[in-house]
Design a binder for this molecule. Structure first.
Ligand code: ADP
Length: 160
């Protein structure tokens, strides 16, 4: 049983995240999308909202689960018996941070591998903060996020 964890803030989930998950779901028996409970990083959406939007957007996948965690990612991965941590790469600007995190995690848990998915060109400029900014300014985000996020943003003034 190959289990992978895809950790992130998902504040909110975008089509870029969903694309990574769609691809990972084909390679692993189980993918756990894990929302980081990080009180230091102020999130726009509550943990419950972020988990809810992910669950709705990923309901079509039988082997994808949504969860949340706090503490060390490698401890959570061990608890879930995951062999792989999934992350996405868009531009060179992602690299430094991702490199540092992957090496730190490997030092702490040498048996857990970090696997990077290169973004699809359609999503290379897409980030959660970009979506929030566009929504705040009244722009059209319909091609950038799943339906569940579109509806949530419609009913709510973002970043006000
Ligand atoms: P974090 O705060 O952990 O970076 P994010 O939700 O912003 O959480 O991102 C989670 C992961 O998804 C990161 O590895 C990020 O690089 C990746 N990611 C975000 N947007 C995209 C995208 N458009 N294409 C591919 N990967 C992405």
């Amino acid at each position: 049983m190959k289990i992978a964890i895809y950790p992130g803030s998902f504040d909110p989930v975008t089509n870029g995240h969903v694309d990574v998950i769609d691809r990972a779901a084909k390679l692993f028996n189980k993918v756990i999308v894990a929302v980081i409970r990080n009180p230091e990083k102020r999130a726009q959406f509550s943990l419950t909202e972020r988990v809810g939007m992910l669950k709705e957007s990923l309901a079509h996948h039988k082997n994808v689960m949504v969860d949340s965690f706090d503490g060390l990612l490698v401890d959570y991965a061990r608890k879930k018996k995951a062999t792989t941590i999934i992350r996405g790469l868009r531009a060179v600007s992602d690299f430094d941070y991702e490199f540092q995190m992957a090496l730190t995690n490997r030092k702490m848990a040498p048996k857990i591998e970090t696997l990077f998915f290169m973004t699809d060109y359609k999503y290379s400029y897409l980030s959660s903060s970009f979506v929030k900014q566009i929504a705040k300014l009244g722009g059209d985000i319909s091609s950038l996020v799943p339906k569940a996020v579109r509806e949530k943003l419609k009913n709510r003034k973002v970043g006000g």
